[in-house]
Structures are given as structure tokens and as C-alpha cells.
Write a protein that binds this ligand. Sequence first.
Ligand code: HEC
Ligand code: HEC
Length: 329
Amino acid sequence: MTLDFHKNHRLLFGTVFGLFLALSGIIAVGPALWVQNNNRPLPDSRPLTDEEADGQQVYLSEGCVYCHTQQVRPIPQDTSRYGRASAPGDYARLGPRDLWRQTPSVLGTERTGPDLSAIGDRQPSDIWHHIHLYQPRAVVGASMMPSFPWLYETKAEAAPGDVVVPVPQSHGPDDGVVVAGPRARALVAYLLALKQAPLPGATSTVDPTGSTDASGEALGVRIYGARCASCHQAGGEGVPGVYPPLVDDPVVLADDPTRHVQIVLFGLSGETIQGTTYPTVMPGWAEQLSDEEVAAVVNHERRSWGHEAPTTTADDVARVRQGGPPDEQ
Ligand code: HEC
Ligand code: HEC
């Protein structure tokens, strides 16, 4: 039998069909099986709660995805700021919302604002997110992110159970209090759930490249910028009535850095600082920052803005960490 495709239709269709099956296997079925076997949710990740999943819908419908990505590229520009490089397993915890709606795509393609893959780690304060969503410029002076005031309500007085948003006077309404609506609460729950679970076998979630130098100075600058400046501001000046300044702050200038280290590790709330009681909370960073990183950022604050206060070491931070939060000692 010769390979006469012009006369032998069985041969023609058989060959074409065979090729079709082979290509389907290579292009579609094989990869789908691979994904099914290799794209499991990471061991330490958990599915979104109902509220967080609602928040994801708000995220999509308000168009956050047009300006924010959730994919960290494996290059230093990304990994030094946004977390480790993203892996397929990061997205595997997301599933279709129901039978009719497919798994929402949150990867994003354009990064007008920062990547949000690990924003729940980088900015763990719900109240900060509310202030920022209500009016980004209240906490990030030069921000060009749009504000989302329609997610909030202005009331004469807060009712019990309301999430009050302490918007700085300069950006808040003339009378009344700003209260987070249900969509804002869901959205912020979703943002706080954006964390990178460790990859199995990986030792650190932070990319070590360029993170340390002999004095830790560059590390301190980087951590301050990534973790502290959103509230205390780049120049340490704070936000009047909302976030305290660190410039000339008694804790930062104290000869003994122990309390400074304690506050950075375990957080602080309800304290009156130089006559002002702040309506917000300082998150603790014990889980996110290593001893070296805490020492570096504490020393950065003790050596910046004209400060010349005594510095601390990673060993001292380790001792304070072991001692636990002050009220449990
Ligand atoms: C037009 C583009 C744009 C849109 C739309 C937008 N953002 Fe942003 N976003 C930015 C820019 C620019 C910044 C950086 C300045 C700042 O922090 O305000 C930012 C910053 C942020 C940050 C802080 C990130 C960090 O690393 O500190 C969060 C959180 C955030 N946006 C969440 C959202 C959410 C949630 C939405 C949707 C409700 C949204 N953004 C919509 C542009 C945008
Ligand atoms: C979400 C906002 C927020 C972030 C982020 C934040 N802080 Fe704070 N910080 C506060 C608030 C609010 C207070 C005051 C708490 C109080 O009054 O009880 C505070 C207080 C402090 C104090 C104590 C000041 C005093 O006199 O008691 C230090 C020191 C400090 N922060 C350092 C840091 C460092 C270092 C970082 C970054 C690793 C950081 N903060 C990140 C909100 C924040």
C-alpha cells in the first residue's frame, strides 16, 4: 500500500485523526494531568473563608486588578520587595466560586501599584488598609491610587460593632465618623489573607540577595521602607493623631533599646505617647522579621533623622524575643 492521501480517504482521515489525538495528548491532556499532580495547594496555605472570597469579588469588581499584580517574578527587583518568587501552588488554593463562575484571575498584568501577593504580611493592620482605601493620600502623601469612599459610610456616631476608620482630620469628613461598610470589611479581610505560604523545602520566604551588608544599614533602610514607612512615614514624621512620629521619640532615643525592640517584636496599643493617645494599633513583627532584621530596623531608627542613640544587636533581639511580650513576663 502506498501512502496515497489523494485516493485513500481512510488513510487520510485516519492519519489526521491520529495526529489530532496525539497533539491533544501532548498539548492539553498531558499538561492538565501534570497540573493536577503538581499544582496542589501549598501545605501551609488554606482556602479563603467565605468573607475573604467575597472580598476577592470586591477586589475584582472595583478594578484593583487593573493596577495591582499578584505574581512575584524571580528577579531581584521583585523578590527584594514583594516576597519570594511566585510558584504554581500559590494559586491552587483558589477554586471556582460555583458551578457557573470560573476561578477568578487575580494575577494582573499591569503594576501601577505594588504587587500584593504578600500584602497581608507586609501590612498586617486592617485599620491602615481602611484608611488607605478610604483615602490613599491620608497615609501615602504622593499616592495616585484612586480612593474608594463608596465602600464606607459617614455616620454621626458609631454604633457598637462598627469598624471605625480613624481618617486623619486633614482628609476626613467635617463631622461624624467614617465606618467601614460590609464590602470594605470583606475586601480588607481578603487583603490580609494575601500571604505567601512557605514552599516545601525552602528555608526562607525572603530572598537573601542583597539583604545584608556588614553593618545591616541597607537592610534597616529596606525594612523600614517596606514595613514601617506606611504608618510612621518615610521621614519618621508620622501622621498627626493617627500614627506617632518616631523622630525625637523617647522610646527610640532611650539609652536602653530593650523597650524599642519589645515594641517592634510584639506591637503596642492604647499607649499615650507624648500627650497623644492613638486610635490605631502598632502590629508586632515577631513572626515576619528575623532577629537580624529587627536589629537592623531598630538601629536604623536610632541612627536616622539626626538620632545618635545606642544601637542593639541580633543577639539582644533574640533574648528579648525569648522573654516574650512584656505583660507576660
Ligand atoms: C489606578 C491604579 C490603582 C487602582 C485601581 C488601585 N490601586 Fe492600589 N495602589 C496604586 C498605587 C499607585 C499604589 C502605591 C501608592 C500607595 O501606597 O497608595 C497602591 C498601593 C496599594 C496598597 C499598598 C501596597 C503596599 O505595598 O504598601 C494596597 C494594599 C492597595 N493599593 C490596594 C488596592 C485595592 C484593594 C484596590 C481596589 C479597591 C486598589 N489598590 C486599586 C494604584 C492603584
Ligand atoms: C499599621 C501601622 C504601623 C506600622 C506598619 C508600624 N507601626 Fe510603629 N506604631 C504604630 C502605632 C499606632 C504606634 C503607637 C501605638 C500606641 O500608641 O499604643 C506605634 C508605635 C511605635 C513605636 C513606639 C513609640 C513610642 O514612643 O512608644 C516604635 C518604636 C515603632 N512604632 C516602631 C515601628 C517599626 C520599627 C515599624 C516597622 C517594623 C513600625 N513601627 C511599623 C503604627 C505602626
